[in-house]
Design a protein around this ligand. Structure first.
Ligand code: FAD
Length: 566
C-alpha cells in the first residue's frame, strides 16, 4: 500500500502550535513536509488556548524600551525549572526562542504583541521580570482560510467577549481588572463586530480569531501559502524503524493503514497523555481524572510516548502536568480552567475543613500541587477544593461560567447550574452544609479573611504580596487589590477539580529536540516537541506562555536541525 504521496523529507505528527511551526520552518528550509492529524479538526489544545508564548529577550519588548538580558533570563530559568533540566537545553531555549518568533513574523502570517504588564510567575526568584516576556497573539482574519476554516478547532465561546466577539488577552485583562477606559474599549469592540454586516450574514461569530485560535489559524494559512499538505483524520500508529533509524510512520487514514516514508526525519508534535485515563493512573498523582482536563476530549492519548518508548527512548517528568484547577459545566465538552478569577478580591478557596491551604492567587500549576499536598499532608479533603465568595464578589466579578451579577444576575443563570456548577445559601454555615465542608472552619476562615482585607496583609499566605498576584487583582480595591471581605449574603461556592491544561512529562530530548535514549544518544531521525516531550521547563511554569513558547521554539530547532544534517 505504499503509493502516490508516500514519501516526504519530514513527517510531522499532530497539528498543534509546535507541530505546525516545525512544518513551516522545515518548508522554509526547502524540505518537503507532511502534517498528519488524527482529529477532523486541526489545532489541538493549542487552538483553544490563550496562545500566549513566553519568550525572554523578545524584540517586541525591546522595541518598547523594555530591559531584559540573556543572563538574567538564564538565572531565572535555572531556578524556576528546579535543577532537573540540563543547562544545554535551557540555553537552547533562550538562544532560539527570540529567533523563532522573529522568523515567524518575518516569513509567515503569525503576529504577536508584547503583554508588557504580564509578570513572570515567580517574582521571588532572581532574574524574574514584572512583565515583557509574554507575547500575546494579534487577532487574525479567518476568512482567508477559505475551505480550511470549517476544520479549524475553535476556542471555547468563553474566550470571546459575549461568546462571539474576538478580543486579545491584553484587552480581556483590561476589562477583567476594570482598568481605566475598559467600558469604551468594550463598546468599541462590540460596535466593530455589529458593523461587519457582510460577515454577520455568514456567521454569528466574529470573522477574526483570537488567542490560540488566532495563532493556529495564522499558522495554518502560512502552511497553505507554502502548499504544505495537512491530512486530517489520519492517526499515527507506529514508527517505521530501519537499522536503528526512524524512517517513517504507519498511520490509519480514513480507516486504511498506510505507511509513509520520511527521508530526513519524523517530528512528534502530538501532545501529551492527559486524555488517557490508563496512563494518568500509571504516572500521575492520585486521584486523577481525564475528565478534569481542560483539553479537547479524545485528542491527546500519549501515542508518541508509547511509540517513542518502543523505539528505545528515555522519558522524564511523567508524574507532572501543567496543572490548573477546573470547573465542570453541564453540556460543555470539557471543563474550564480557572486561571485569573482566584486572584479577584473576596474569593477564598478552602478544603473540607473549611480552611485555606494556599495563596488563591498563586500560579495555576502550584495551586493544584497545593491541592495534592494538602490532601496528603493534612488528611483534609482538598480534591475537590471549594471556592467561596459573597454577594459583593458575585455582583462585581466573574467566576468560571458565572458572569458578574451586574451583567448576569442569578435569575438569568441556567436553572440546572444551581447545585451542579454553583451552590448558594443565605449564611456561610448553610452553604458549608450543602457542600460538605466544616461550617465552623469556614466561618473562622471568613473572619480571618475579613481582617486581612482590612489590614491589606494576608499573614497566612501573603496573597496579593507581589506583582504577579496583583496582575488579576482589582486596582480599585484598597489597600490590597486581591483581598476583600467575605461577609455579605447570600454566599456562593463552586467546586474546583485538580485539572490540567496538558501533561508535561514525555520523551526525553536534547538541545536539538532529538529524542534520546537512556545513554543520552539520539535516536536517529526522531524528534519531539510540545507536550509529548519532557518539558524544558522542568518542575516549574516560569511565565504565561511557558508551554507554547517551548513547543514552537523546539519545533523551529528540530526543523533547522533536520535541514542542517547532511
Ligand atoms: P496540542 O496542541 O494538543 O496538539 C496535539 C495534536 O496532536 C492534537 O491536535 C491531537 O489531535 C494530535 N494527535 C494526538 N495523537 C495523535 C496521533 N496518534 N496521530 C495524529 N495526531 C495526533 N499554554 C501556553 O503556553 N500559553 C497559553 O496562553 C495557554 N493557554 C491555555 C488555555 C487553555 C484553556 C488550555 C486548555 C491550555 C492552555 N495552554 C497554554 C496550554 C497549551 O495549550 C498546551 O500545553 C499546548 O497546546 C500543547 O501543545 P502540543 O502541540 O503539545 O499539543
Amino acid at each position: 500500500n505504499v503509493q502516490g504521496e508516500s514519501q516526504f523529507d519530514v513527517i510531522v505528527v499532530g497539528s498543534g502550535a509546535g507541530a505546525m511551526t516545525s512544518a513551516l520552518v522545515a518548508a522554509d528550509n526547502g524540505l518537503s513536509v507532511l502534517v498528519v492529524e488524527k482529529s477532523d479538526k486541526y489545532g489541538g489544545t493549542s487552538s483553544i488556548s490563550g496562545g500566549g508564548i513566553w519568550i525572554p529577550n523578545n524584540h517586541h519588548f525591546a522595541a518598547k524600551g523594555g530591559k531584559d538580558s540573556y543572563d538574567k533570563a538564564l538565572q531565572y530559568l535555572k531556578a524556576a525549572t528546579g535543577g532537573v533540566v540540563p543547562e544545554t537545553r535551557l540555553r537552547a531555549y533562550l538562544d532560539n526562542a527570540p529567533k523563532m518568533i522573529r522568523h515567524l513574523e518575518a516569513k509567515s502570517r503569525v503576529r504577536y504583541a508584547v503583554a508588557e504588564k504580564y509578570p513572570d510567575y515567580y517574582q521571588h526568584l532572581a532574574g524574574s521580570l514584572p512583565g515583557g516576556r509574554t507575547l500575546d497573539p494579534e487577532l487574525f482574519d479567518t476568512s482567508v482560510l477559505g475551505d480550511e476554516l470549517p476544520h479549524l478547532r475553535q476556542g471555547a465561546p468563553s474566550n470571546l467577549l459575549m461568546g462571539r466577539i474576538a478580543w486579545t488577552a491584553r484587552q480581556a485583562h483590561k476589562a477583567m481588572s476594570r482598568e481605566f477606559g475598559w467600558r469604551f474599549m468594550v463598546l468599541g469592540l462590540m460596535l466593530r463586530f455589529k458593523l461587519d454586516f457582510k460577515w454577520r450574514r455568514k456567521s454569528k461569530f466574529d470573522r477574526r480569531a483570537a488567542l490560540g485560535t488566532a495563532l493556529i489559524a495564522s499558522l495554518r494559512r502560512s502552511l497553505q501559502d507554502r502548499k504544505v499538505p495537512l491530512w486530517l483524520k489520519t492517526e499515527f500508529r507506529e514508527l517505521v524503524v530501519d537499522g536503528g533509524r526512524v524512517c517513517g510512520v504507519r498511520v490509519v487514514r480514513e480507516g486504511r493503514e498506510v505507511e509513509i516514508r520520511a527521508r530526513r526525519g519524523v517530528i512528534f508534535g502530538s501532545g501529551g497523555f492527559e486524555q488517557n485515563q490508563t496512563l494518568r493512573e500509571r504516572y500521575l498523582p492520585q486521584p486523577t481524572q481525564a475528565g478534569w482536563s481542560a483539553t479537547p476530549p479524545g485528542n491527546n492519548m500519549g501515542a508518541a510516548l508509547e511509540a517513542g518508548i518502543a523505539a528505545g527512548a528515555a522519558t522524564a517528568l511523567l508524574d507532572k502536568a501543567w496543572w490548573a484547577p477546573t470547573i465542570r459545566v453541564p453540556k460543555e465538552e470539557k471543563p474550564r480552567g480557572v486561571f485569573a478569577e482566584r486572584a479577584f478580591p473576596g474569593a477564598i478557596v478552602v478544603n473540607g475543613r473549611g480552611k485555606r491551604f494556599v495563596n488563591e492567587a498563586a500560579p495555576y500549576l502550584e495551586f493544584v500541587e497545593a491541592m495534592y499536598k494538602d490532601q496528603q499532608a493534612s488528611g483534609a479533603k482538598s480534591i475537590p477544593a471549594w471556592v467561596v465568595f459573597d454577594a459583593s464578589f458575585r455582583f462585581n466579578y466573574a467566576m468560571g461560567p458565572l458572569m458578574p451579577a451586574q451583567i448576569m444576575p442569578d435569575s438569568r443563570l441556567r436553572k440546572e447550574w444551581l447545585g451542579t456548577v454553583y451552590w448558594k445559601a443565605p449564611t456561610l454555615a448553610e452553604l458549608a452544609a450543602q457542600i460538605g465542608v466544616d461550617p465552623l472552619g469556614l466561618e473562622e476562615t471568613a473572619r480571618k479573611m475579613n481582617e486581612y482585607a482590612r489590614t491589606g496583609v494576608d499573614s497566612e499566605f501573603m496573597r496579593g504580596g507581589n506583582v504577579f498576584d496583583r496582575y488579576y487583582g482589582d486596582t480599585n480595591v484598597k489597600p490590597n487589590p486581591c483581598l476583600a471581605p467575605v461577609q455579605k449574603g447570600p454566599f456562593y461556592a463552586m467546586r474546583l477539580d485538580a485539572g490540567d491544561i496538558g501533561t508535561k512529562g514525555g520523551l526525553l530530548t536534547n538541545e536539538h529536540a532529538q529524542v534520546v535514549r537512556e545513554d543520552g544518544l539520539p535516536i536517529p531521525g526522531l524528534y519531539a516537541v510540545g507536550n509529548c516531550s519532557a518539558a524544558v521547563m522542568g518542575l516549574g511554569y516560569p511565565g504565561a506562555g511557558a508551554t507554547l513558547g517551548p513547543a514552537m521554539t523546539f519545533g523551529y530547532v528540530a526543523a533547522n536541525h533536520i535541514a542542517a544534517a547532511a
